[in-house]
Design a protein around this ligand. Structure first.
Ligand SMILES: *Cc1c(COP(=O)(O)O)cnc(C)c1O
Length: 388
């Protein structure tokens, strides 16, 4: 008997310990974990530097109110500003909070410049920005919003790639366009670089803001610190979460100076956001992930993985339709049943997770070893060859 609400359809599998790319069950089962808490454990399980950071800080100070200066938060914010487009940071605890705070920053900016009616946000239909009331309505997904009315006003939607509709949606009331640089839950669909540049131009021409949700695709996942970097585009606001805490719940909103001007004292807050314990773990994770040499290795190792996955696709053209994604944000779109395929991978000790459009999502830790990639390739190949 489980006393947890039934809002998850959980696999009958649990773990007692993790180390790097592997998870262990009570009975000694060993699984190659290419889910990593859905792109959360960016450095795998129990990374020594993160363990050290949390141990040391846990003996000093866990939590103080944001009513006081928190030096650990100042330090992580400074590092993020130095490494990115951002001028200011606001810490939260999760991705949904970060995307909602991003919406608040955009609306507040126009409010503070005398345009309170400029508050509508344009999003991609069936995108994913989290599960809070506003975030589900931002996603425009019937499945996520059903039964959770009344509808939260202020969001307009266009289908992925429908540029005509997007342009038509922009009115005097539009404050921002908010999209995932690479749709994660939506099936690992990347907005091409030329498209991102077009989006930026469109936003500039219409004097609206560009919000890029990098909660899943950011923090080194693609081999760049942010997925949008290859396009050379500078967004105004970027919510992050998942990978930045390496497994500890941290969310944040990164913003430029212009939009930060609206966020005056009292306009937003979070009890837990940015506490010393979280910040120390975040600093330890960021120090590793943001190194150029680390990111280059993500690029070369993920390229190696993609090459092998493309070879499998060639060998099994009736099973794999498309290899999607960038870096270690990978999707295998199948012709066959996704759920069954994932189960067979799991039976062979490789953990993956589904995404929309019949995609098997593969999210190794960013520091995965080449030998572990080889092992995964072998299992995927075997499941393809035996699939019936
Ligand atoms: C996971 C995710 C969120 C929500 O994050 P939570 O921490 O689950 O609230 C928001 N946006 C994107 C792109 C995500 O992948």
């Amino acid at each position: 008997m489980s006393y947890l609400a039934k809002n998850y359809n959980r696999k009958k599998l649990s773990f007692v310990r993790g180390k790097g790319s592997f998870l262990y069950t009570k009975n000694g089962g060993k699984y190659l974990d290419f889910v990593q808490g859905i792109a959360v454990n960016s450095l795998g399980h129990a990374h020594p530097q993160l363990v050290k950071a949390i141990n040391q800080q846990s003996k000093k100070l866990w939590h103080v109110s944001n009513a006081f200066v928190i030096p650990e938060g100042e330090e992580l914010a400074k590092k993020l500003v130095e490494k990115t487009f951002a001028d200011y940071i606001m810490f939260q605890n999760s991705g949904a909070e970060a995307t909602e705070a991003a919406i608040k920053v955009a609306r507040r900016y126009f409010f503070s410049t005398g345009k309170p009616n400029k508050n509508r946000i344009i999003c991609i239909k069936n995108s994913f920005h989290g599960r809070t009331i506003a975030a589900i309505h931002a996603s425009g997904s019937k499945k996520m919003t059903e039964g959770f009315g009344p509808k939260v006003a202020g969001f307009d939607h266009f289908n992925f790639g429908d540029h005509k509709k997007l342009k038509k949606l922009i009115t005097k009331k539009t404050a921002a366009i908010m999209v995932e640089t690479i749709m994660g839950e939506g099936g690992i669909k990347k907005i091409p670089d030329w498209c991102l540049r077009g989006l930026r131009k469109l936003c500039d021409n219409k004097r609206i803001l560009l919000i890029l949700d990098e909660v899943q695709c950011g923090i080194g996942r693609t081999g760049d610190f942010f997925a949008f970097e290859s396009s050379k585009v500078k967004p105004d606001i970027v919510p992050i979460a998942k990978g930045i805490g390496g497994g500890f719940p941290i969310g944040a909103v990164l913003m430029n100076k212009k939009v930060a001007s609206g966020m005056t004292a009292g306009t937003h807050g979070s009890t837990f956001g940015g506490n010393p314990l979280a910040m120390k773990v975040g600093i330890a994770a960021l120090d590793i992930i943001s190194k150029k040499s680390f990111l280059n290795k993500v690029k070369s190792n993920s390229k190696y993985f993609h090459i092998h996955l493309l070879k499998i696709k060639e060998k099994f053209p009736n099973i794999i339709k498309e290899v999607r994604g960038q870096g270690f944000l990978i999707g295998l779109q199948l012709y066959k049943d996704q759920t069954k395929f994932i189960k067979q991978l799991m039976d062979n000790k490789l953990l993956t997770i589904k995404a929309a459009e019949n995609v098997v999502r593969i999210l190794p830790p960013l520091n995965v070893k080449k030998t572990e990639i080889d092992k995964a390739v072998k299992i995927i190949k075997m499941v393809c060859s035996k699939y019936n």
